[in-house]
Design a protein around this ligand. Structure first.
Ligand SMILES: CC(C)(COP(=O)(O)OP(=O)(O)OC[C@H]1O[C@@H](n2cnc3c(N)ncnc32)[C@H](O)[C@@H]1OP(=O)(O)O)[C@@H](O)C(=O)NCCC(=O)NCCS
Length: 146
């Protein structure tokens, strides 16, 4: 996408998306959590913008040995245009630059779209956490060895 730019998420970006976070992006991240992540020195968040419109964001949490993807979300009207792939590519390159060897995440087992995205980038489904979400849905643990 020609006009798409990826940059680090700022507090001003957060203020920009917070009113529509659950309606236009996704319903499983609260503004409060995202705000605290932005202020966490172990976290790194990026946004995808077309001109000034934020069309996606994603974040990682840096642990001692590995990096954890905390979220990757594309604005509903902009899905299936390659933006999720660009965000994921950027998280992978940030992790490589930081010399991490593993990138890991949990995804709801029913989230076929996200699982496909991660598989496409070489993530392996290595484990399962039973009833991880709301004590109902299983989480699949996926890891990319870089
Ligand atoms: C998952 C998500 C980030 C993908 O973003 P996107 O911009 O639509 O993804 P892309 O256009 O880059 O597609 C990348 C790949 O994802 C998979 N994919 C994307 N949309 C899909 C769909 N509707 N059905 C099946 N596979 C799909 C495909 O493998 C696709 O590759 P392809 O185009 O070569 O077939 C987006 O659907 C989203 O924000 N979902 C809600 C939040 C979420 O579930 N995040 C993951 C939490 S772990």
């Amino acid at each position: 996408m020609d006009n798409l730019k990826i940059s680090n998420m700022t507090i001003s970006d957060f203020e920009n998306i917070s009113p529509t976070l659950t309606s236009d992006f996704d319903d499983f991240w609260s503004c409060k959590t995202l705000y605290s992540e932005l202020n966490n020195p172990h976290s790194h968040y990026i946004v995808a913008k077309i001109h000034t419109e934020i069309v996606g964001f994603a974040g990682i949490w840096k642990s001692v040995d590995d990096v954890h993807i905390t979220d990757i979300v594309v604005k509903k009207d902009f899905r299936k245009r390659g933006i999720g792939s660009l965000l994921l590519q950027k998280l992978i390159s940030i992790s490589k630059e930081l010399k991490f060897k593993e990138l890991t995440l949990e995804v709801n087992s029913s989230n076929e779209v996200a699982r496909k995205l991660y598989l496409k980038f070489g993530f392996k489904e290595l484990g399962i956490r039973k009833k991880y979400y709301n004590n109902t849905d299983d989480a699949i643990i996926m890891t990319l060895y870089m």
